[in-house]
Design a protein around this ligand. Structure first.
Ligand SMILES: Cc1cc2nc3c(=O)[nH]c(=O)nc-3n(C[C@H](O)[C@H](O)[C@H](O)COP(=O)(O)OP(=O)(O)OC[C@H]3O[C@@H](n4cnc5c(N)ncnc54)[C@H](O)[C@@H]3O)c2cc1C
Length: 378
């Protein structure tokens, strides 16, 4: 009888794992993917929703499309992890597995805040923010990061730069102040001080005020952000929420005290037999001791490693694929015409992350990747 590989989550990691498994496992094995949502969301497209360049349907794809590959899609909320029975409980019933790939991403902590704080990290928040920005004509915009680590290592900087570009295009930039607030001791903390300074230079050249090392105590009080060193007034607040590990797994023995899932950094296996965790849900530490950035590129490569190794071990062969913590060809949009290439080698000592100067090729690369992802994987 065939085995069942159960994938939890239909984001970047889950979709790649489903594709690869469908290709490399014998047809007698079953691959099933569970997600609470019927659609996959290409999160890297959210900054363009914020700035009115994408509609939700442009960056969403039906997870049903995986069925044509032979991957069963189950729309359900995962509620509980029961490793002793090799099963999970969902709102649609119990699902058992021979192997489990946890790709539930990072969960946003919903802080009770006033409605004047917009969350660009979810689709509805991004849409509401786009509507607000369209009406906004003057005043102070404050973009803040609530806590570390956050998914999309470069996404907050990208959003700030795109908001700047958006108002320049509308001829309103002179009437608008943009302040960027972060708990990081320096921007792009994971990179060397040289690249932190470089990013700071790119943002300051665009007139974005930067406040580093600031803890946000509460989202806003009246029309102020309450920071560790005083209040910061503003007219429109864009808040990157705090994130934590996925709640159905958070209390289990494979979660660290912050709820991120503990995995072998190269094979993504957990301490439980036949259970793997990939993507944003995994809390992988670099040799320097900090969490590695949570980016789609890593979720993608990790999914490939786990899926290919599973196929080898099912065929009684030695798993030989390894996640090496590297990525090339990623980019951060710096405007609607330019981007900056980002490369990473996060398992190096010290970790290496580089950022190029803004250029049209990096912009084009990101646009082509988006098109490729949404076409080739669905
Ligand atoms: C604004 C933004 C911009 C970004 N830009 C980039 C970029 O330019 N480049 C890059 O490489 N990365 C980028 N990222 C990061 C990238 O999107 C993530 O690293 C990637 O999506 C992680 O993939 P994942 O599979 O681990 O999780 P996700 O893609 O988050 O998928 C998790 C899935 O699990 C489902 N789920 C969660 N909990 C449950 C549950 N209890 N029951 C059922 N289903 C559940 C969710 O619905 C979701 O579909 C960005 C992120 C954001 C937010």
């Amino acid at each position: 009888m065939g085995r069942t590989v159960l994938i939890l989550g239909g984001g970047t990691g889950g979709v790649v794992a489903g594709h690869v498994l469908a290709k490399v496992l014998p047809k007698t094995d079953r691959v099933a993917l569970v997600d609470r949502s019927a659609v996959h969301l290409f999160r890297a497209g959210l900054p363009l929703v914020v700035t009115g360049r994408r509609r939700p349907e442009d960056i969403s794809r039906s997870l049903d499309s995986l069925e044509k590959l032979g991957v069963q899609f189950i729309q359900a909320e995962v509620e509980e992890f029961i490793p002793e029975n090799k099963a999970v409980r969902t709102d649609q019933g119990f699902l058992s597995y021979d192997s489990l790939i946890i790709a539930l991403g990072a969960e946003q902590e919903l802080s009770p805040g006033p409605s004047s704080v917009y969350n660009p990290y979810d689709l509805q928040g991004a849409q509401q923010l786009a509507q607000e920005l369209a009406k906004f004509r003057q005043g102070e915009i404050v973009l803040f990061i609530s806590g570390l680590p956050f998914p999309g290592a470069i996404a907050p900087y990208e959003i700030a730069l795109l908001v700047d570009a958006y108002f320049r295009r509308r001829g309103l930039r002179r009437k608008i102040r943009i302040t960027f607030v972060t708990p990081e001791s320096r921007l792009l903390e994971f990179a060397s001080p040289y690249y932190s300074k470089k990013l700071r230079g790119i943002m300051e050249k665009r007139g974005i005020r930067i406040l580093t090392g600031r803890q946000v105590h509460s989202l806003a009080k009246g029309s102020s952000l309450v920071l560790s060193d005083g209040d910061l007034p503003g007219d429109l607040f864009i808040g990157i929420p705090r994130h934590r590990g996925p709640s159905p797994i958070r209390g289990s023995i494979i979660a660290d005290p912050s709820g991120w899932l503990i995995v072998d950094p190269t094979t993504l296996s957990t301490s439980l037999p036949d259970v793997y965790a990939i993507g944003d849900a995994a809390g992988i530490r670099s040799p320097a001791g900090t969490y590695i950035p949570k980016v789609g590129f890593f979720a993608h490569y990790q999914a490939e490693v786990v899926a290919r190794n599973l196929a080898l071990s099912y065929a009684n062969k030695k798993p030989r694929f390894r996640f090496v913590g590297g990525a090339k060809g990623a980019s951060m949009l710096a405007s609607f015409r330019q981007g900056c290439f980002v490369s990473a080698d996060v398992y190096a000592t010290p970790p290496k992350v580089t950022l190029s100067s803004p250029n049209p090729l990096a912009y084009l690369t990101k646009m082509l990747f988006e098109r490729y992802w949404l076409k080739a994987w669905f």
